[in-house]
Design a protein around this ligand. Structure first.
Ligand code: ZN
Length: 344
């Protein structure tokens, strides 16, 4: 297969992305346009230089701090209802063009409230942007996973949940909130702080995922399992260090949302060939291959599948199975509509 044939093959798979952050996936062109519109363009900065503030560049970017720096610029603009709605629509459009037919978009409403929007308004705008795309593309499914920042603590997480309940999927025709997540610095904010919030999320009928084992060791994943009862774990990379944990994840059918490029860039793994993904799959752990942040990581889901094939020697049937497994991990109430079907 030529690289082009392989890319076309991947794009025909029933692709699902279950771990994609709103603020890490905004189109650079849109932000550039907004920087001019809102008179905030830096004098003398051209588009290519501007993109550096948004996208990973292997030749200069090296650390977790370089990675986190890329999230600052978009937040100037994604503070307004119409901007959030537009970005959500474009995110769906970009995902669709990449071959994705099921997208779970995760967002932290609190970072989009600096111009006075309420938590619910930010989710409403996201929902409307996604549903505008879904309405005209019936073969595309989307849902929203709400993120609470670990650094805001457990009580804020509970308040956030109560604020977004009215935006749940079941109360709306097509797109709504389907899941709950925590993200941010792992070390000072262990899972036990969020036990009550996850209990509330469960009682509210939301599915549960949690970023864990990305910058910290496997003990944080154990703690997440024991305190949060997650259906999925975001990254879970350090589970690769603990055979007992791998067995437990496989036994419980707890999905790992694996994001290869992101893991290299943030230093969760040093060398991609040492990534535990093949060992997870061999042990029977459920895996969803995801992007995390396509703009920040300078990637696409197709590219992540190419990376998996290049690095681990996965065959066409291996990645077909991985795509189907990813799709089946969805939190959408309707389940995975694209599983097993040929894409149009
Ligand atoms: Zn993430």
């Amino acid at each position: 297969m030529t690289p082009k044939e392989r890319r076309d093959f991947i794009r025909r798979l029933p692709l699902a992305d279950l771990h994609r952050h709103f603020d890490g996936s905004v189109r650079p062109e849109t932000l550039w346009e907004m920087s001019e519109k809102y008179y905030s363009a830096v004098p003398g900065l051209d588009y290519e230089q501007f993109r550096h503030y948004l996208e990973w560049d292997d030749s200069v970017d090296k650390s977790l701090l370089d990675y986190l720096d890329k999230f600052h610029v978009p937040l100037q603009y994604t503070q307004f209802y119409d901007t959030i709605k537009r970005v959500a629509y474009e995110l769906a459009e970009d995902a669709y063009a990449d071959g994705i037919r099921l997208l779970e978009l995760r967002t932290n409403p609190l970072i989009h409230r600096r111009a006075g929007l309420t938590t619910r308004q930010t989710i409403h705008a996201t929902r409307k942007g996604l549903s505008k795309f879904v309405d005209t593309h019936p073969d595309f499914q989307a849902g929203i996973v709400v993120i609470a920042m670990r650094s805001h603590g457990g009580n804020m997480a509970k308040i956030l949940l109560r604020e977004v309940i009215g935006e749940k999927e079941e109360f709306h025709d097509n797109v709504g909130v389907i899941g709950f997540d925590i993200a941010g610095p792992e070390a000072p904010f262990p899972p036990i702080l969020f036990g009550e919030a996850y209990d509330l999320a469960g009682r509210m009928g939301l599915k549960k995922t949690a970023h864990a084992g990305e910058s910290e060791g496997p003990e944080r994943i154990w703690e997440a399992i024991e305190n949060l009862g997650p259906d999925r774990i975001g990254h879970g990379t350090s589970a690769g260090q603990d055979p007992e944990l791998i067995k437990r994840l496989a036994r419980d059918e707890t999905y790992l949302e694996v994001c290869l490029s992101s893991n290299i860039q943030t230093g969760a793994v040093v060398d991609l060939k040492d990534h535990p993904l093949p060992r997870f799959l061999e042990a029977g752990v459920k895996v969803a291959l995801c992007t995390d942040n396509p703009t920040v990581s300078n990637t696409t889901l197709t590219r992540e599948y190419e990376l998996a094939m290049d690095t681990f020697g996965f065959s066409e049937s291996d990645v077909t199975e991985l795509a189907r497994m990813s799709c089946r991990g969805t939190f959408l109430a309707a389940g995975c509509g694209c599983d097993g079907k040929e894409k149009s």
